[in-house]
Design a protein around this ligand. Structure first.
Ligand code: HEC
Ligand code: HEC
Length: 210
């Protein structure tokens, strides 16, 4: 790649990051500093997707990816987040955010030729926040095991809520002290975690709000 093209891509990327930083809404990435597709692929996905271990489609190999890519990035992302056959959920690395998983996929599909996606689609859903809390987070947050802030306990939640929902979703994605990444449920997407965090927060934000 020529130097000029490289630089103009960097400028375009930088502009994208500025746009992302200014966009504090539901769809914004849970993590303020997501890694690039290249970094994630070279740290994690390459272990299987480099040589095509267990039939993993090889990085940048159009023939391997074409039949899969035709289902679209959303379907590929869903499969990569939940795992499919010998492909482990999140590539076996639960702390990757949805956006990072998507970046790694587009890097592999294109062989590094497309710029990183800036915004996660956030569509993978395993139910409402209430359902996810009931089936996953409640295991610890109902009783407050291991120091988990108990649902409905406004005292326990106040200092955490002060960090803002984005920060709490980021804690849920990456883990936080004794709170395991994704609560240990590696198939949950960032959108699921956001729904669950919002539900717990809504039940815990005031003394009469149980
Ligand atoms: C332990 C090995 C392993 C690692 C690590 C791994 N993969 Fe995979 N991956 C596979 C295998 C095997 C398949 C083929 C599964 C199949 O279709 O049978 C696959 C398939 C995929 C697919 C295609 C799914 C589909 O719908 O056809 C995507 C997307 C994917 N991996 C993304 C990733 C990303 C992103 C990473 C890094 C974060 C990663 N993988 C890390 C083994 C791995
Ligand atoms: C295995 C037990 C366990 C499960 C399951 C669990 N948590 Fe937690 N969680 C904890 C503990 C323990 C803490 C307190 C960690 C600390 O701050 O010391 C915590 C803290 C948190 C916090 C506050 C983090 C912060 O930055 O202050 C959030 C948000 C959270 N959990 C979300 C969730 C969500 C969402 C789920 C379900 C997907 C979930 N947790 C499932 C144990 C768990």
């Amino acid at each position: 790649m020529s130097k000029i093209r490289f630089q103009s891509r960097r400028i375009a990327l930088a502009a994208g990051f500025v746009a992302l930083a200014g966009m504090v809404n539901q769809a914004a990435a849970a993590d303020a500093t997501p890694r690039t597709g290249k970094q994630i692929v070279e740290a994690i996905c390459i272990h299987c997707h480099g040589e095509g271990k267990d039939g993993a489609p090889r990085i940048g190999n159009t023939n391997d990816w074409a039949p899969r890519a035709k289902f679209g990035l959303n379907q590929l992302s869903k499969n990569a987040m939940e795992g499919v056959r010998k492909m482990p959920a999140h590539g076996g690395e639960a702390t990757l955010s949805d956006l990072e998983v998507e970046r790694a996929i587009s890097y592999m599909v294109s062989g590094g030729r497309t710029p990183d996606p800036q915004k996660t689609h956030g569509k993978v859903s395993h139910g409402s926040g209430e359902q996810i809390v009931a089936s996953a987070c409640g295991n610890c947050h109902r009783e407050g095991s291991n120091g988990a802030p108990k649902i409905g306990d406004a005292e326990a939640w106040r200092p955490r809520l002060a960090k803002g929902i984005n920060e709490l979703v980021s804690s849920a994605v990456h883990g936080h002290n004794k709170m395991p990444s994704r609560g240990g449920f590696t198939n949950l997407s960032d959108a699921d975690l956001r729904a669950a965090v919002s539900f717990m927060a809504s039940k815990s934000s005031g003394p009469n709000n149980k």
